[in-house]
Design a binder for this molecule. Structure first.
Ligand SMILES: [Zn+2]
Ligand SMILES: [Zn+2]
Length: 162
């Protein structure tokens, strides 16, 4: 999947740094070069990174960093509203949340490919249904599992759905 043009790469993501600094201060936690490096790598990595993906990237700058630190820091970003954890059944993945527009996911059960989609129509419909039930939506996740185009083409012809 081609990486979406990243605004984060052009300019330092100041706002996220500020949000993190405020969150750390509120919780009596220290700012550290390591946390900053993890945040920077996370924002530049784009969407849907696993702990392993991020570990590989951060290790180039912070060789002493370990898997547990990456995971805990991502959970911290999640608490601070900077990251969203995606639970697709396998390995946990994270994506930046701050100032990103809402989207949902298709997940290929064969190769793990993740495809984002946005549908104002689905969003409107669920608001309507919730309204009818007197339900206030605070958030939602749509994850649709199936087979991506590539995996479908690799499958023997007979196995392909029509
Ligand atoms: Zn696939
Ligand atoms: Zn996504």
């Amino acid at each position: 999947m081609p990486a979406p043009a990243s605004r984060a790469a052009a300019a330092p993501p100041r706002e996220e740094q500020r949000v993190l600094a405020e969150f750390l201060a509120q919780h009596g936690l220290k700012r550290s070069a390591q946390r900053e490096a993890i945040l920077d790598a996370f924002l530049k990595a784009g969407s849907h990174v696993s702990v392993e993906d991020l570990l590989r990237i951060v290790k180039r700058r912070e060789p002493g960093v370990g898997r547990t630190t990456i995971y805990r820091t991502l959970k911290l970003f999640q608490e601070a509203g900077l990251a969203s954890e995606l639970l697709f059944g396998g390995e946990a993945r994270f994506e930046p949340l701050w100032n990103r527009d809402h989207h949902d996911h298709f997940v290929c059960v064969l190769c793990g490919e993740i495809i984002e989609f946005r549908s104002p129509e689905i969003e409107r419909l669920q608001d309507e249904i919730a309204g009818g039930l007197g339900f206030t939506i605070e958030g939602h996740r749509h994850t649709i599992f199936g087979r991506c185009r590539k995996c479908l083409l690799k499958a023997p012809r007979a196995a392909r759905p029509r």
